[in-house]
Design a protein around this ligand. Structure first.
Ligand code: ADP
Ligand code: MG
Length: 254
């Protein structure tokens, strides 16, 4: 049987900033409803690559297809409706309430969402309606991040792009929110691409892990393959970190 067509297809995507080759000829197909983690050291090009997918950054070269259609031919608002984006460092507007932050995507796209829809989105991220009138500074880090996810889902996207969504959170909140996003991914039938520098998080949440180094994808493996030692030296150096922690903890415990 033929493979189903990918929902997203990147073809030789390239972006240079002066002398820095931020993204260097990345080609990649994402299967519909897959949960893919993009891992790599700081500066390896993860955010730049993610931004090219929803046209926050225009590549110098290459193309990106959404369900077979070149995204340059899609109207930007239509594109943003189909792809939710959770920004690195939260990115809520500080002077807007939770409701206004959640509604910003639909508003830019020329639509409005009512209080019931805001309530439903808050419920998706397990916050009750009483949060709707709060300002971002009146929320905990974990709550702000949940609002970031709710905002990304406000337009009912097919694709969820997340840039280090849990980076600033304490480990317990981070773990719980990771599970929650994984549940939402399945329940809403999303295709999710999550940038993280944390290999443990990638291994625990994703079905497929991409490792980026100096603008290139240097490994493309399942968590199982990575744990079995595949993916090459850069990937294995990242896998060694949580593995060593687990070993040290097991030694302490036993
Ligand atoms: P990551 O998200 O993996 O930390 P980035 O995609 O943010 O990496 O950055 C990749 C490289 O491109 C880095 O060297 C960074 O300094 C550079 N870079 C990113 N954005 C810009 C920009 N707007 N202007 C100049 N250089 C940039
Ligand atoms: Mg980044």
């Amino acid at each position: 049987m033929a493979e189903p067509a990918p929902i997203l297809s990147l073809q030789d995507v390239t972006k240079r900033y002066g002398a820095i080759q931020a993204v260097d000829g990345v080609s990649l197909d994402l299967a519909d409803r897959s949960f893919v983690a993009l891992v790599g050291a700081s500066g390896s090009g993860k955010s730049t690559l993610l931004k090219t997918i929803n046209r926050l950054v225009e590549p110098d070269k290459g193309a990106i297809l959404l369900e077979g259609e070149d995204i340059r031919r899609l109207e930007p608002h239509a594109l943003r409706r189909r792809m939710g984006y959770v920004f690195q460092g939260i990115g809520l507007f500080p002077h807007m309430t939770v409701t206004e932050n959640i509604a910003i995507g639909p508003r830019i796209a020329g639509a409005t969402i009512d209080a019931a829809r805001v309530g439903a989105l808050l419920q998706l991220v397990e916050l009750d309606g009483s949060y709707s009138a709060r300002l971002p500074h009146e929320l905990s880090g974990g709550q702000r991040q949940r609002i970031g996810v709710a905002r990304a889902l406000a337009c009912n996207p097919q694709v969820l792009l997340m840039d280090e969504p849990f980076g600033a959170l304490d480990p317990v909140t981070r773990n719980a929110l990771g599970r929650k996003v994984r549940d939402l991914h399945i329940r809403l039938g999303l295709t999710t691409l999550m940038v993280t520098h944390d290999m443990a998080e990638a291994l625990l949440l994703a079905d497929r892990v991409l490792v980026m180094e100096q603008g290139r994808i240097v490994a493309d493996c399942t968590p199982h393959e990575l744990l079995a030692g595949d993916g090459g030296s850069t990937a294995q150096a990242l896998v060694a970190v949580p593995r060593e922690q687990a070993r040290a903890l097991a030694e302490l415990a036993g």
